[in-house]
Design a protein around this ligand. Structure first.
Ligand code: MAN
Ligand code: CA
Ligand code: CA
Length: 494
């Protein structure tokens, strides 16, 4: 039974080997003796462990200022320990800052057979042996192609052409601005299986992900053992050149990709093994069946034997799928929750800013720190939202009422229709009263015996009476027009 399990495993392993991507990522190992990084970059004696800084370079706890932003300065920091790894990756984190729109001259990363010498090439010697990567800020050949990142491999014979920015000597490069960025810029220089690649992070975010490929060159031969170093120089113009960290990893080929080509499984062998596995499986099932027949009492125990551990039945698979599905839902919900929190946070920030702007008045902040900002609280936000909801429901209620009223008005029955007819009745009644009073007055005998005392209410002339009637009619028409307009406006709003 164990043999069977082993065989199954072997077949699975072969399947994985065949289906796996033939390219495997290198094995990375951090090399602390070829690295430095803050905080506490310097020891008590002012030196950087495993490194030596020279020229105008100044080391502080957080970074090494390779040159200050003063004219004609040179500085360098060199690893004291020779690198013996065939392949490696160095991540260089730095800042180039200056007040001018143009700065100079630039920073250089080195992997060379020698170290620590002063010279004209960004603070290092010319005709070096090994790799240089220049972060060249200043456009000496006026081709409008700086700041530029370029790699140059030198066998010790080439003189760097400073006046043309080495444009004809480069292995490869890219035009990238690395000066005055909000975050430190980073360059990843990777040398693996004689392929040189430079990735660049433009310092626009603090994320580790934002690297992009700057250059790649195949068949690059670098010194077997060499020193890592960083140097910088200023000239007629100047920048601060600060190195924040150098992090080195050795790169080795993972053991399982080092298989000799003879051990690769051919298609025929694969089929043969599969057949062997099927035959064996059949035999095993038969043997199991026979055993069960011979030992019916042990049937239950053997139902779930060791071999079954390797396989999952339909139910198990479904359960697993459900579980995974739920997991995905859970993660999505979590993500949504996080995003919601972010939105609420932003809203609160905006509201608090608005609050402080309107509350602070035009006084210009009263001279800096220490002023407590009156921020809006969560419960206040909830209160505002509740109010908005209430208002909304009230408006809906009003809308419904208006609609109902409208429909009743249109159909002519009840509601506003009733009001209108009531009003017109009232008006008619009062008109009738007026008419009756007027008739009474008019029916009184003319001449002499006209009683001087008027009835208490209706002692008016005909003209005055007509004016009143006209005014009332006008009022009535005006009311009807106003009502009609209001309803039309309400209709438009909804
Ligand atoms: C001067 C010279 C150059 C240098 C520029 C920029 O023109 O020192 O070598 O590249 O300034 O600093
Ligand atoms: Ca230059
Ligand atoms: Ca140039």
């Amino acid at each position: 039974m164990a043999d069977h399990a082993n065989l199954a495993l072997a077949v699975l392993a072969i399947f994985f080997t065949i289906s796996a991507n033939p390219y495997k990522l290198p094995h990375r190992k951090f090399e602390y003796k070829h690295s430095f990084k803050g905080p506490h970059l310097v020891s008590k004696d002012g030196t950087v462990p495993f490194w030596e800084h020279t020229g105008h370079a100044i080391a502080s706890d957080e970074s090494i200022r390779v040159t200050p932003s003063l004219r004609s300065k040179k500085g360098a920091v060199w690893n004291k320990i020779k690198n013996t790894n065939n392949f490696w990756e160095v991540e260089l984190k730095f800042r180039v800052t200056g007040r001018g729109r143009i700065g100079a001259d630039g920073l250089a990363f080195w992997y060379t057979d020698e170290r620590g010498k002063d010279g004209p090439v960004f603070g290092n010697i010319d005709q070096w042996k090994g790799l240089a990567v220049f972060f060249d800020s200043f456009d000496n050949d006026a081709q409008h192609n700086n700041p530029y990142i370029m790699a140059m491999n030198n066998d010790g014979t080439k003189k760097y052409d400073h006046n043309s920015d080495g444009s004809h000597q480069q292995l490869g490069g890219c035009l990238r601005d690395f000066r005055n960025k909000p975050f430190p810029v980073k360059a990843k220089i990777e040398y693996y299986q004689n392929v040189l690649q430079i990735y660049f992070h433009a310092g626009m975010s603090a994320s580790d992900e934002d690297y992009e490929l700057c250059m790649r060159a195949d068949n690059v031969e670098l010194p077997k053992d060499g020193f890592f170093g960083v140097s910088a120089a200023t000239g007629g113009l100047a920048d601060d050149h600060d190195v924040i960290s150098v992090l080195t990893h050795s790169l080795t080929v993972p053991p399982d990709t080092e298989q000799p080509s003879g051990s690769k499984v051919t298609e025929d062998e694969k089929k043969k093994l599969e057949k062997e596995f099927d035959d064996y499986w059949e035999k095993l099932q038969k043997a199991k069946e026979e055993y069960r027949k011979e030992h019916p009492d042990k049937k239950k125990e053997s139902d779930y034997d060791e071999d079954d551990k390797w396989f999952e039945d339909q139910k198990e698979r479904e359960l697993k799928n459900i579980y995974q599905g739920q997991n995905v839902m859970h993660m999505t919900l979590k993500d949504l929750n996080r995003k919601l929190d972010m939105i609420i946070g932003q809203q609160e920030r905006t509201l608090s800013q608005l609050g402080s702007v309107s509350g602070g008045g035009g006084g210009g902040g009263g001279g800096g720190g220490g002023v407590a900002v009156d921020t809006i609280k969560r419960h206040e936000v909830d209160e505002v939202l509740r109010n908005i909801r209430d208002t909304h429901s009230q408006i809906s209620g009003i809308k419904n009422t208006v609609e109902a009223v409208q429909s009743k008005v249109v159909s002519g029955g009840g509601g506003a229709g009733m009001d209108m007819s009531l009003l017109s009745h009232e008006l008619r009644d009062s008109l009738n009263n007026v008419k009756a009073d007027v008739a009474k007055i008019l029916n009184k005998p003319p001449g002499g015996a006209i009683p001087q005392e008027c009835p208490t209410t209706n002692c008016i002339g005909t003209t005055f009476f007509l004016v009143i009637i006209a005014a009332q009619t006008l009022l009535f028409i005006g009311y009807l027009v106003y009502k009609g307009n209001k309803e039309a406006a309400a209709k438009k709003f909804y």
